[in-house]
Design a protein around this ligand. Structure first.
Ligand code: FAD
Length: 498
């Protein structure tokens, strides 16, 4: 009887690529497991990075806590501003706006979320705008921000992606990560189609490893081009396949939210940083030409254009497997969902934390690989559904693009959630979903779903008690908002320019 061969321990980790993904992985692995690993990272100045990806969501705090980063130092190093949510303009219909905030709206009951009480209050003429019950939303629209005790305000950041990479590079190198500059020209494998053993650079350097992290961006040099793992396209649900990005000088004070402005064939973002503004347009090349999209983008930016816009092509979707043999794909090499809800950096963070949790120090086991792939698929599919919701539930019919979005078949998982909310304002919680009830409700109502009924518990309250309940939350939100300093004043006070 032959004994099974023991799996080979993993000591040498090679990270291919030094964009946001590469440096986040380098920082996280070196902080958590660095004493047991030899970690190196390869990046090519000639190829460069995708150069976008500047809006985040609050989960980034968890990574920064793990890395033990100083918040002031991070903000200064990356010219960051604070972000309280996203303003969706022209999505429900032309001229209609709503806000997806990071905060909690109102206070619910165990039987029913706050929106049920708000719907009842609105029916009885006792409720004002839904947003009046959310601190983060009111503060964002008033351009106010401060850190509050006991995590009293839920926030994320806008940051300069290049500066963030450089910041994490300094952090990682201080923890012993070795950086190699050069272009990977050959990927060496143990056998044809087998494990990767080394990456040869154009300067002759050969980097050998036990585990390779593919952070080479949309190329997917290791996972796709070398190991041949396929890519599942979701373009039947997500019609945009191109983007143009441009940086402009700042005019006026930065607002603490991202703007997402819909066009007849896509949408445009505006991300205010301390030193400049990031702008871009995401569009469907089947519905508009690059030149028209570029003209629309430039007609809608403020400030001077710092660099000519460049086109980025993409296929929305996910790698069929993100861990295959001894390669783990993290970042754009693993898949891409358009940045409508700023979720890609979060997915990098999830990929990294999952890798730390399942790290194969004593050798790669297929069960760990399968579990990693299962979790990765689950987390991106929930986000995919949330993004499809924005396109599908719309009253826009002013272009072929929007009519197609409205009429398309959507995943059954999403169909159920929409129908449940439409019928009874009920929210279907799904384990592992990044977005909680507050987010789904804001987007479903913001996109125009008016639930046919809501929970009967709300009818237990007479007018006086329901009015008091809603009024006290609204007053507290207004009072706290007015006490907050202006966003730009807070930044200059909290972390003055060095
Ligand atoms: P890249 O930045 O492309 O880095 C790839 C690295 O691999 C580079 O260092 C490159 O030099 C290296 N490389 C490649 N090939 C070789 C080779 N042969 N040899 C050596 N090195 C090589 N995410 C958000 O969370 N929020 C947003 O607001 C957001 N906006 C976006 C807008 C657009 C239009 C797009 C396209 C993406 C956006 N994203 C956003 C996603 C975000 O930009 C990415 O998730 C993030 O930048 C990570 O990219 P990456 O590191 O995987 O790839």
């Amino acid at each position: 009887m032959t004994m099974p061969t023991a799996p080979k321990p993993v000591r040498r980790v090679v990270i291919a690529g030094g964009g946001t993904a590469g440096w986040m992985v380098a920082a996280g692995l070196s902080k958590c497991l660095g004493q047991q690993l030899d970690i190196c990272l390869i990046e090519s100045d000639e190829i460069g990075t995708v150069g976008v990806g500047e809006a985040t969501i609050p989960t980034l705090h968890l990574l920064h806590e793990v890395l033990d980063l100083d918040e002031k130092e991070f903000i200064q190093a990356t010219q960051a501003t604070f972000k309280l949510g996203i303003s969706f303009e022209n999505w429900r219909d032309v001229g209609q706006h709503y806000f997806h905030s990071f905060g909690r709206t109102g206070k619910g009951h165990w039987t029913a979320g706050f929106h049920h009480f708000w719907l009842e209050g609105r029916q009885r003429g006792l409720a004002s705008d839904y947003g009046d019950y959310c601190l983060e939303l009111r503060a964002a629209l008033d351009n106010r921000f401060a850190l509050l005790p006991d995590n009293g305000i839920n926030y994320a950041y806008h940051f300069d992606a290049t500066l963030y990479g450089q910041y994490l590079r300094r952090y990682s190198e201080a923890l012993g990560v070795r950086r190699f500059e050069g272009k990977i020209v050959q990927v060496q494998q143990a056998t044809a189609g087998g494990d990767i053993t080394g990456l040869l650079l154009d300067n002759g350097h050969l980097l050998e490893g036990d585990l390779f992290i593919d952070c080479t961006g949309m190329r997917g040099l290791l996972i796709g081009q070398t190991l041949g793992v396929g890519y599942e396209s979701w373009s039947q649900w997500l019609p945009c396949d191109s983007a143009l990005a441009v940086q402009t000088t700042s005019v006026g004070e930065p607002v603490p939210y991202t703007r997402s402005i819909a066009h007849p064939w896509g949408w445009q973002w505006r991300i205010p940083l301390q030193h400049r503004v990031g702008n871009g347009i995401v569009f469907s090349s089947r519905h508009v030409s690059d030149d028209e999209a570029k003209a629309a983008l430039l007609a809608n930016v403020q400030g001077d254009v710092l660099r000519d816009p460049r086109v980025i092509r993409f296929t929305p979707g996910q790698r069929e497997l993100v861990w295959q043999r001894n390669v783990v794909a993290i970042g754009l090499s693993s898949g891409f969902l358009e940045p409508l809800e700023s979720t890609s950096i979060h997915l990098i963070q999830k990929g990294l934390t999952r890798l730390v949790e399942l790290f194969p120090a004593d050798g790669i086991c297929q069960s760990d690989v399968d579990e990693y792939n299962r979790q990765a698929r689950e987390s991106i599919e929930h986000i995919r559904d949330f993004i499809i919701l924005h396109y599908h539930v719309t009253q826009r019919a002013d272009s072929e693009f929007w009519r197609q979005c409205r009429d398309m078949e959507i995943p059954a998982s999403l169909q159920h959630r929409i129908q449940l909310f439409r019928d009874s304002a009920r929210f279907a919680p799904v384990a592992g979903d990044l977005f909680a009830e507050n987010s789904w409700v804001q987007v479903m109502m913001g996109q125009g779903i008016a639930p046919r009924s809501h929970h009967p518990i709300t009818r237990q309250m007479d007018n006086a008690s329901l009015g008091d309940f809603l009024g006290s939350i609204r007053k507290e939100v207004a009072r706290t908002t007015m006490k907050l300093p202006k966003h730009h004043e807070f930044i200059s006070h909290f972390c003055p320019a060095p």
